[in-house]
Ligand binder design. Sequence first.
Ligand SMILES: [Cu+2]
Length: 151
Amino acid sequence: MKTTLAALILGFASLPAWAVDVTVSDAWARATMPGQKVSGAYMRIVASEDARLVSASSPVVPRVEVHEMKMDGGVMRMREVKALDLPKGRTVALEPGGYHIMLMNLAKPIAAGDRVPLSLVIESGGARQTVEVQADARAPGGAAPAQHHHH
Ligand SMILES: [Cu+2]
């Protein structure tokens, strides 16, 4: 059992040479008000091959989901997406009012200036890799924050 587990971890760590190149820029997270349990993280992602963002996690956030927000009958709604397509060479923007990384069940507020570590799981050609991202926390109110209507 131990051997199998070690082999699995090793296999995961040594990515094949053809692993997709993923570039993440402008990663930021919305700082929260006291008592606020949810927030969002945003960024730009470019993959060198067709890929998909299949999940995200963070050591400091109990629950992280990939969400999509869009207008539905005049109301902004959001839902979890199972996979976010990252077409080869195209910049995919996660931004307020669109796709975002939902940070949920926050145990403590995110203060402006904090760095929120995120692990993005990217799948391409059947292989998965983890991309580590540091999102800079910014105070809300700079750009008009999109309303989050929770279901
Ligand atoms: Cu959301």
